[in-house]
Design a protein around this ligand. Structure first.
Ligand SMILES: [Fe+2]
Length: 367
């Protein structure tokens, strides 16, 4: 008995370590990636063929998949399970773990998911996910490998792992709330800066949209896309340091005013610098007015020396500037603006990225 308990402890410890290290080292901040990693480890420890995590939708009184691993995971994700229905619905309603060694012998078994996914469930262990005393979801493992059935030992082990999974679910959703809050706060600050000049109202928001269209076409890396999004939001935040009489001047700027205006990327970078999490974005922001031929500012960087994200923002920024009215000129049509981008490929803009943008534009009809 003693050895069984210590074996269990050992397994839990091992899983905890795996979860901790994978979260810390890979910097997984996305709820899907995080849970997928956690459940992959849970499957290994439990010797299961597949696993799922459900979250309760309080309003609809049902459960939806947030993770569905295994062969039919993709199909399963479309399905919602009513509260009280099936094994998962029972666990959600009663807040108790449940061992079902053979699903065909359990009256609670709801075959709807299997019918839709063509998966064959034999054996299940399901546990409630409890955070702050409340059931927030259910985790389950399906079919013990090697044709065996789950037993009481598996139930105890998975019930213990359930606490870890609940913490992961809760942390991930707290993180995503925080992330949303953070993004909406910096957006609000930037919108206030944009609004200082009636001609740039909404500018940063549109630049984010265009930059992300280019970004999604060149990378699938979520961290890189987040980097593009935040850098694009903040690229012009330094305009807060430019006097209103220069920003809102109805005519062309004098040389001196122009020189001053050209300092805004430095001001933007200086605003970001003290925020440790954003420091790595400084270079993207500082260099968004560099040109491929080295004639841009502030450092006259050339070609690939200009960070990729800065080259993306540069295109998005120029396109938005051309397609909105300015005090001294009317806006250009999207077609004309795209032609302008093309004309300055290689000198001002990165040719490959302009082509990507034009391609995305015709595909998605951005406007
Ligand atoms: Fe700018």
């Amino acid at each position: 008995m003693r050895s069984k308990v210590s074996e269990l402890r050992h397994k839990i410890k091992r899983l905890e370590t795996l979860i901790d290290t994978s979260m810390v080292f890979s910097g997984i901040l996305d709820i899907d990636d995080l849970l997928d990693t956690v459940m992959q480890k849970a499957e290994e420890v439990m010797g299961a063929e597949a696993s799922s995590v459900f979250r309760i939708d309080e309003k609809r009184r049902d459960l939806y998949f947030i993770t569905a691993r295994g062969e039919k995971g993709k199909e399963a994700k479309e399905i919602r399970v009513p509260m009280g229905k099936g094994i998962v619905g029972w666990v959600a309603e009663h807040g108790k773990p449940l061992l079902v060694p053979d699903v065909r012998k359990d009256r609670r078994w709801f075959r709807g998911v299997d019918e839709k996914t063509k998966w064959v469930t034999r054996s299940i262990v399901a546990v409630p996910l409890i955070a702050k005393g409340k059931v927030i979801g259910v985790a389950e493992v399906l079919n013990k490998k090697g044709g065996r059935k789950f037993d009481k030992g598996d139930l105890d082990l998975f019930a213990a792992l359930g606490n870890q999974i609940a913490i992961a679910v809760e942390n991930a959703s707290l993180y995503s709330d925080l992330d949303r809050l953070f993004l909406s706060s910096i957006r609000a600050i930037v919108e206030a800066v944009d609004a200082k000049d009636p001609y740039t109202r909404g500018h940063s928001g549109r630049v984010v949209e265009y930059a992300l269209h280019i970004g999604r076409a060149v990378t699938r890396n979520k961290d890189k896309l987040k980097e593009i999004e935040i850098s694009a939001i903040l690229h012009d935040v330094g305009k807060i340091g430019i006097p209103d009489k220069i920003l809102g001047k109805p005519g062309r700027l004098t040389r001196r005013e122009q020189k001053y205006m050209e300092r805004h990327p430095e001001f933007s970078a200086a605003i970001v610098e003290p925020i440790e999490l954003l420091r790595k974005l400084m270079k993207n922001i500082l260099h968004h007015h560099e040109r491929m031929d080295g004639s841009g500012y502030p450092d006259g960087l050339k070609g690939k020396k200009i960070p990729l994200v800065a080259r993306i923002i540069c295109i998005a920024d120029a396109f938005d500037a051309m397609t909105t009215d300015r005090p001294y000129r009317k806006r250009k049509s999207a077609r004309t603006a795209l032609r302008e981008l093309k004309r300055h490929c290689g000198t001002q803009f990165d040719t490959r990225l302009v082509n990507v943008f034009i391609n995305e534009f015709s595909k998605n009809r951005l406007s």
